[in-house]
Design a protein around this ligand. Structure first.
Ligand code: AMP
Length: 402
């Protein structure tokens, strides 16, 4: 089966066409500046050449049309007819309490995604626009699937997802922890169980997805029992530009001092905090900070120290929450590549009987155990692949429907 995976943002749209049998990426690309002018960058598998086109994209519909056109292009494309696209998998950010799994998109599903807009006002609307644009361009007969960032975390028990605030805010507005990056946490926890030969029905796994946005999850028998992101992706770890956890009273304190409103403060917590804020604006990118830190920059070092310390604390709390752990998996741009972060974290887990295999820790881009054979808990690098996960979940649903 060929599955088109779509990730629609407000002014951009990422796509990949994947072959489910081989897992091969047949083509991929990005539409940018939708609603402004329009740029399409495309790579097909016939060559590694990257093509860049200026195409008018007043709306997402023209963006999708240009994706279909380039996929069908005799020279730059990879298919000869739209019927070679068997289904479309859409990344949707927020499924609220409606969805604990991916679903075939129906009118009822669209309405539920719409109902979740107040929970993700910046993300769900462009996701919906992307789905509608695909339907307009590809017609109603191509099956479409919604794969939610929040779905995997819906198995969390009440004690993990409730905030200790007046219950009416949950009752009236569904204020609770939802968690994000669920597609990655599901994919990586499954892969960890498979790769390490753990018993899927008797396993405790911690997944540390560390990238520009980062989150950790605790997974018992393949089901998420806790995760670090919350009502929004702001809660939890120190991220590229997000603060993660902090005393909520900080908001009022700074707002009063700086004569600022709450929305502006929340923007600062999302866009100017985390590694960027801690490094006094040096960078939100781990590689930049690592290099600066190696050259003795104390601001970069502070940011990296805080990042690692928060990860250590979360892992410790999830070991406690699960009353033990069998395996810890690192994934995401930092988790897969930053040996220093993995070493700093794992060295602080020696109380669990974990020892790092320094040689194996040099690993990048492949499933790899990085703890020593006598380590009481196995630590591994497990690269994530969200597009492949969306493709697999889409294919499974569509096959079962047929
Ligand atoms: P992601 O959001 O998963 O794409 O991850 C982005 C983060 O991963 C950024 O902070 C990058 O600096 C970091 N990253 C990507 N590649 C490397 C690398 N080779 N070594 C260290 N950090 C990396």
């Amino acid at each position: 089966m060929n599955i088109l995976v779509i990730n629609a943002g407000s002014s951009s749209l990422k796509y990949q066409l994947l072959d489910t049998d081989s897992g091969e990426v047949m083509a991929k690309g990005l539409c940018e500046r939708i609603g402004i002018d329009g740029v399409l960058t495309h790579t097909g598998n016939k060559s590694d050449e990257k093509f860049k086109f200026d195409i008018a994209m007043p709306t997402h519909k023209e963006a999708i049309q240009s994706v279909i056109d380039v996929l069908l292009d005799p020279e730059k494309g990879v298919i000869s007819s739209m019927s070679e696209i068997d289904a479309v998998g859409h990344r949707v950010v927020h499924g609220g309490e409606f969805f604990s799994d991916s679903v075939i998109i129906t009118e009822k599903v669209l309405k539920a995604i719409e109902d979740c807009v107040p929970l993700a006002p910046l993300h769900n609307p462009p996701n919906l626009i992307g789905i509608q644009a695909c339907r307009d361009v590809m017609g109603p007969d191509v099956p479409m699937v919604a794969v939610f960032d929040t779905a995997f975390h819906q198995t969390m028990p009440e004690k993990a997802y409730m905030y200790a605030i007046p219950y009416k805010y949950y009752d009236q507005y569904k204020v609770r922890k939802y968690g994000f990056h669920g597609t990655s946490h599901r994919f990586v926890s499954k892969e960890t169980i498979k790769f390490l030969g753990l018993d899927p029905e008797n396993s405790k796994v911690i997944v540390a997805h560390l990238g520009n946005g980062s989150s950790i999850s605790a997974v018992v028998n393949g089901k998420c029992v806790d995760t670090s992101m919350g009502l929004t992706p702001l809660e939890g770890l120190v991220m590229g530009t997000r603060s993660g956890d902090l005393d909520p009273a900080v908001l009022e304190f700074i707002c009063k001092k700086e004569n600022m409103d709450v929305s502006e403060m929340v923007r600062i917590l999302n866009k100017e905090s985390g590694l960027l804020g801690l490094s006094k604006g040096l960078s939100s990118d781990f590689r930049d900070l690592n290099e600066a830190s190696e050259n003795g920059n104390p601001d970069a070092k502070r940011a990296i120290d805080c990042l690692c310390y928060r990860i250590v604390k979360y892992i410790g709390s999830y070991v406690a929450a699960m009353n033990g752990v069998d395996a810890i998996a690192f994934t995401g741009g930092i988790g897969e590549n930053a040996a220093l972060v993995r070493k700093t974290v794992v060295d602080n887990l020696s109380y669990l009987g974990i020892t790092l295999d320094e040689e194996a820790n040099k690993a990048r881009g492949e499933d790899k155990v990085i703890s020593t054979p006598d380590s009481k808990v196995t630590v591994a690098v497990i690269p994530t692949n969200e597009e492949l996960a969306i493709c697999q979940e889409t294919a499974e649903l569509v096959k079962n429907q047929k």
